[in-house]
Design a protein around this ligand. Sequence first.
Ligand code: GUN
Length: 290
Amino acid sequence: MTTVMYGDGLAHQMRSELAEEVRELAKKNIQPGLAVIIVGEDYASKTYVRIKKNAAEKIGIYSRVLEFDESLKEEELLAQIEQLNKDEDIHGILVQLPLPSQIDERKVLESITPEKDVDGFHPINVGRLSNNQPGFIPCTPYGIEKMLNHYGIDVAGKHVVIVGRSNIVGKPVGQILLNKDATVSYCHSKTKDLKKHTLQADILIVAVGRANLITQDMIQSGAVVVDVGNTYLESGKVVGDVDFDEVKNKASSITPVPKGVGPMTITMLLYNTVLAANQSLNESSMESTD
Ligand code: GUN
């Protein structure tokens, strides 16, 4: 029997626990605050930002969305981030990607103070993950780790094959699972004979954004399959990178799209924001004892 690994149940459970933590923080006069910056009118980005804001408010996080025109200058965005870095009501700052071409994404991500970098994209946090030190971990990869754990899938010694090498998902998920003793291989658009590699996966993670790229002939029987794809078809249907109907008959466990990894991404953003608020509390108590 194949296990369909839904993310919404775990997401719901974790969000209830986070809401409780937010109530505990309120007793110490602190409300976690999240600022989300969006530049331009991209439909998918606007949808994600709306979902993030609603999810944050639902568990008692203060959320502030800053919307800017597509023509925004880089200096203006950097000045906004500088303000938010100093703002005591804000514990987490997220800049929705992608950004318009006149803005240097790297420069923007590096301008966010690492203590408020709830996306985990600042080089300091990227380095901490690479060194297996505590820091903010990017939300989608972190959600995947929590899901595998929740469904009792131990990665130690397993061959994890990742299709996709983005800074947002592919690279960091490999590092998280490497830190947990998995053997990790990366595939990408220049990989020759993709199928040869995917067939070797005990755990296959696909994050490229190409509808139904992975078919049942590309996986070994009993593999665990995690689908991070999210493609809107013209019909309005959302599909992943894996041909779910075919592959589910051969996999031992598989995430669906929607209701798979998606709800966990938002949950880990809330988790990181509450963590940032807790850490700010510890920092200010350390300051007060100086
Ligand atoms: N765009 C697509 N995924 C993400 C994400 O996880 N964080 C941000 N900031 N932008 C994204």
